[in-house]
Design a protein around this ligand. Structure first.
Ligand code: ADP
Ligand code: MG
Length: 660
């Protein structure tokens, strides 16, 4: 049963469609009336068709004209239609009024089709957002309680039944299940997860019931971050669109001036009669309008973005898709990007009479505040040790961390004098050497560890922070060696990029030269730049840009942010990535899978190709129509059909990019 309320809702959502349909009906009946000789009816119905079909375009066109003092295509169409109607009335050739009506009708229909095409691509992106749940089932003592997501607190335990969406990110505390993470990562193969593993909001639980512990506030869940990114992308007009819009306005002016000249000059130059002249000038207004040209780019890019989103590749704006197709050099960060970033502490070498536990104790006091993979590894390694959080912790991206600990009794085996505050410093050799002198015997152990691909960080302390950092009591406490795993797909991903024609692939890292070379050896990268500070990474990108123009940077850390911003396209790892990296990047890989870069690039190349085809097609069609009009071999309706038909074709051609 049709409910009146539902009917009004439907009418509201589909005004444009309804307007186009009724315009068509009135036009047809009006034309029929004229044909049968009912002039009065015809002259009543046809203007009504004009109003229904053209109202929206006229309103938009006039708004643009008066508010922004710009001409747009909508208005040109209306002027052309009214011109045809005027000519028809004047010459008593009423079929011209029908011609104008057809112009309005076709324009309205193509508006609806364009809207539909755009809607489809946007829907594809928006579908991500519908994956968020409003409530969660929380355990309260013996029972369960349904609470809104916003009231969940870190530490709450929630139950997810089989087949339900995960409401917020959490760690499994009991249960086992397979989860479909396609919405987030684009991987359609379900993944198995069990106790201790993290599950993400928006993914679909399989057959097992799960009990989860909420380990971060719901608003910082992965899916919420994605939603914020998408909203940001939709609110920002990509440069290519701005360019096209500017172009449209200039071109519209050209069409008006051209139309006016065509309406005035030909009788004097070629001796055309006035009727032919004005009719052709009107047809010129229609066929010269850049609708097809304008529709060449945006629908194509939006379709490409939607396609990417389905595969776990998030483009923050559409221009980046085109640029991605042109990339000639790519720089990869090492830790967290080429490697998994799941760093493990594999050796602790104490010095100066400290014990292994002392070294870890000092290290973890500052690293517990760090967002770096090295920090997390040290926290994991120190889980059986008692330690105290440091104060005034400061990260020096690409170098290390420092902080202050208060309790002098923290250190067991070393004697602590009167001082109550100690500064703890952790980081790579060059950084630590600003504070202490590294003993030679430790340097040798470090070198051999690094040759095995391990990352070495130094731990040092100064006993008196108030006076002089380089005081005699500053000393190296020991070193911590960490191992990281190269991502399984890294070599393959790089090989694919090569096949797509990337000329230069480099690895950038803040880590030391020996570790970097060890990691890079099996990957097939062209160059390795090690021991870089964040600005160093940025400089490398600048140099690459001078040589290769379009350069992509892939990274995950705060230390990669400047390089990500400088690169022509910045690509961030979605899961492992820090917030700063996600914010700075233009593309986010939700699944952290490096082979998606090649997928994005292929998508970019396809988009470029389709845009080029569209533009070439649209331009040749416009030229063809202009010439035929000039030679008088088309009439207004044919001109309109050719013009609007080519616009719709171009949009449909763009929709090809929705296919994988
Ligand atoms: P990458 O460029 O490979 O991602 P980073 O630039 O993040 O590496 O770090 C470079 C080096 O700086 C590390 O190899 C480490 O020696 C040191 N470093 C950075 N952050 C930390 C930290 N939180 N704790 C200890 N050392 C760190
Ligand atoms: Mg990194």
């Amino acid at each position: 049963m049709l409910h009146p309320q539902r009917l009004t809702l439907f009418a509201k959502e589909h005004t444009d469609t309804l307007a186009a349909i009724s315009c068509g009906i009135l036009l047809f009946v009006g034309w029929f009336a004229l044909h049968l000789g009912f002039l009065g009816w015809g002259l009543l119905l046809l203007p009504a068709a004009y109003v229904l079909g053209g109202y929206e375009s006229a309103r938009e066109g006039l708004t643009t004209l008066f508010k922004e003092k710009e001409l747009d295509v909508d208005l040109l169409m209306i002027v052309a239609a009214l011109g045809a109607a005027g000519l028809g009335l004047w010459r008593r050739e009423y079929h011209l009024i029908v011609d104008g009506g057809i112009l309005i009708l076709i324009f309205a229909i193509s508006g609806v089709l364009e809207g539909y095409a755009m809607e489809r691509t946007e829907q594809s992106i928006r579908s991500i957002m519908s994956l968020t749940q409003d409530t969660a089932r929380v355990m309260r003592g013996e029972g369960e309680e349904i609470v809104p997501i916003s009231q969940l607190k870190v530490g709450d335990e929630i139950i997810v039944k089989p087949g339900e969406l995960i409401p917020t990110d959490g760690i499994i505390v009991s249960g086992y299940s397979t989860l479909n993470q396609a919405a987030i990562t684009g991987e359609s193969i379900p993944v198995e997860k069990t106790v201790g593993e993290e599950v993400f909001a928006g993914t679909l639980n399989g057959y097992g019931a799960l009990q989860l512990k909420v380990h971060q506030p719901p608003e910082s869940s992965l899916i919420q971050r994605v939603i914020r990114l998408v909203e940001q992308a939709q609110n920002s007009a990509p440069p290519s669109q701005q360019f096209i819009e500017q172009f449209e306005r200039k071109y519209a002016l050209f069409v008006v001036v051209g139309g006016l000249l065509l309406a005035v000059l030909p009788p004097f130059i070629w001796g055309w009669n006035w009727e032919t002249t004005i009719y052709r000038a009107l047809t010129f207004l229609v066929v010269a309008s850049p609708c097809a040209l304008m529709a060449s780019i945006m629908p194509t890019l939006l379709s490409g973005i939607a396609n990417g989103a389905r595969q776990g590749i998030l483009f923050k704006n559409s221009a980046q898709l085109e640029i991605m197709g042109k990339v000639r050099a790519i720089a990869f960060d090492k830790t967290g990007t080429i490697t998994t970033g799941q760093v493990q502490v594999c050796q602790v070498i104490p010095y100066n009479g400290y014990s292994e536990a002392d070294v870890l104790k000092l290290a973890v006091a500052v690293e517990s505040r760090s967002e770096h993979p090295i920090g997390y590894a040290i926290v994991r390694a120190a889980k059986d040790i008692d330690w105290v959080k440091a104060m005034e912790v400061q990260a020096v991206p690409g170098c290390g961390v420092l902080g202050i600990i208060q309790t002098p009794t923290l250190i067991s085996s070393a004697s602590v004098e009167k001082s109550t505050k100690q500064q703890v410093i952790i980081g790579h050799a060059a950084f630590i050497q600003q504070y202490v002198i590294i003993p030679v015997e430790l340097k040798d152990s470090a070198r051999s560890l690094e040759e095995e691909g391990k990352t070495v960080v130094w731990v040092a302390q100064t006993l008196d922070t108030d006076t002089n950092l380089l005081c005699v009591s500053s000393k190296v406490v020991g070193l911590i060696a960490l191992a990281d795993m190269v991502r399984g797909e890294a070599a393959d991903a790089i090989a694919r990029l090569r096949k797509l024609g990337v000329e230069q692939i480099v690895m950038l890292t803040g880590d030391n030269e020996r570790t970097a070379r060890y990691v890079a050896q099996a990957l097939g990268v062209d160059r390795v730049y090690a021991e870089l500070l964040p600005e160093g990474k940025l400089d490398v990108i600048r140099c690459l840009q001078q040589e290769y123009q379009t350069v992509a940077m892939v990274g995950d850390g705060i230390n990669d942010a400047p390089a990500l911003a400088q690169a022509s396209v910045g690509i961030a790892m979605g899961k492992a990535g820090s917030d700063v990296a996600l914010e700075t990047a233009d593309i986010v890989l939700m699944s952290d899978r490096l082979e998606k870069i090649a997928v994005a690039m292929r998508l970019g190349k396809r988009a470029q190709k389709v845009v080029k085809q569209n533009i070439a097609f649209a331009l040749s069609f416009i030229i063809l129509l202009l010439l035929s009009n000039f030679l008088g071999s088309i009439n207004l309706p044919i001109g309109v059909i050719g013009h609007e038909g080519s616009t719709v074709l171009v949009i449909l051609s763009g929709l090809r990019l929705l296919k994988k």
